[in-house]
Design a protein around this ligand. Structure first.
Ligand SMILES: Cc1ncc(COP(=O)(O)O)c(C=O)c1O
Length: 388
């Protein structure tokens, strides 16, 4: 039974079986030609998913390392940045910048809502001395399940001559992000989310504008240096330090699979699964945090916990009785909401298994839930999609 785990977390996510097996390949020397081929293929595959011609660097760390790197490589001590905070991960980006001695101005938005672009525009208009060097934002705020659309912010960054740094850790490969077309200077994601690969790699795209800004950056960096990574890749298709080889093997397979499916279809699949989850839990009488469909995440959904049940009980029962894994909430939502992740290698069957398990657990906990109501709502979404 343990093998049949249904991982419905906003990362790490399940790995397609053939890709998972690729991770068991024999280790090669990271200065060998074979490794150069591996890195080249992965980099080309990533450019497709990032929709970019910019450099894409593979750093050996999780997403947070990439967020640090995005700051350390593009900014200088005392620079002013505007951090758009719509939840816990926006907060984290701000905190990292502060630790690097950046002058952080947080622009806070209510949790569960998206960035209000007019407020950002107004603030940039007021910045007549061009103090603000960068806008930092979270594409998909994993703590609330909200999508912040980078395109209008890319336009503002261009107009007001600042950089746009985007945390796309829980979105890239699941929600559309047109890096070049939308003018995003740095995009950070990590392997264990929509890229369906084990943890261990952080993938970062860097625009020429960001590289140029980096030339003047005085923040300390060695392991995180974009320049070292780019120079080494340009020179001999290698990484400066030993890369996470086994993770790269898996990522190569996954990227080939994504290309075969086609990005449009990948995004469509995420939309359908997200809609099915939303409709199902609402049919069961549960409240979703994000009411507005337009900004509702396609990779994670925050759901209000019914007062009758504590999160620890819900999680434990889903896990022990059904092998379904969900997670709690963070920051100010902790204890009030739980989250279902639905990104990467999550199938319709996984959705149905999760909703079915949820119905059973809620009913056993004494809630008035009619078995099958959530399932039917999800099934309807799938049927509608097939008739499209
Ligand atoms: C939006 C976002 N940013 C950053 C992180 C941190 O990523 P990691 O745990 O890979 O360091 C996460 C993790 O869930 C995330 O969802």
């Amino acid at each position: 039974m343990k093998e049949k785990r249904t991982l419905m977390l906003p990362g790490p996510t399940p790995i397609p079986e053939h890709a998972r097996q690729a991770g068991a390949q024999k280790i090669i020397g990271h200065r060998e030609k074979e490794c150069e081929d591996l890195l080249r293929e992965v980099t080309e595959g990533l450019k497709y998913v990032f929709q970019t011609e910019n450099d894409v660097l593979a750093l050996t760390c999780s997403g947070t390392g990439g967020l640090e790197a995005s700051i350390a490589n593009t900014l200088s001590k005392g620079d002013k940045v505007l951090v758009l905070c719509t939840g816990a991960f926006g907060e984290r980006y701000a905190t990292i910048a502060e630790r690097y001695g950046i002058d952080v101005e947080r622009m806070n938005f209510p949790w569960g809502e998206a960035v209000d672009v007019t407020r950002v525009e107004k603030r940039l208009e007021e910045d007549t001395t061009d103090e603000i060097k960068a806008i930092l934002m979270t594409h998909n705020e994993t703590s609330t399940g909200v999508i912040n659309h980078p395109q209008p912010l890319g336009e503002l960054a261009e107009q007001y001559n600042c950089l746009l740094l985007v945390d796309a850790v829980s979105s890239l490969g699941g929600i559309e992000l047109k890096t070049d077309e939308w003018g995003v200077d740095v995009v950070v994601t990590s392997s264990q989310k929509a890229l369906m690969t084990p943890p261990g790699l952080c993938l970062v795209s860097v625009s020429p504008k960001a590289l140029k800004a980096g030339e003047d950056s005085d923040l300390p960096k060695f392991y995180w240096s974009f320049k070292r990574a780019k120079d080494r890749y340009d020179r001999d298709t290698q990484t400066p330090s030993t890369p996470a080889l086994s993770t790269l093997y898996v990522l190569r397979e996954v990227l080939a699979e994504i290309r075969e499916e086609g990005l449009e279809n990948v995004f469509r699949r995420h939309k359908v699964v997200a809609k099915a989850i939303r409709q199902a839990v609402q049919a069961l009488g549960l409240d979703v945090l994000v009411k507005d469909e337009k900004i509702a995440s396609k990779t994670v959904t925050a759901i209000k916990l019914p007062t009758e049940i504590e999160f620890t009980i819900l999680r434990q029962r889903l896990k022990d009785e059904h092998n379904v894994y969900v997670t709690g909430s963070k920051g100010k939502l902790k204890g009030d909401y739980f989250r279902i992740g639905h990104l990467g290698n999550v199938s319709r069957t996984d959705v149905l298994a999760t909703i079915s398990a949820l119905e059973l657990v809620l009913q056993k906990e004494g809630l008035e839930v009619e078995l099958g109501t959530g399932l039917q709502a999800a099934q309807k979404v799938f049927l509608e999609e097939e008739r499209r």
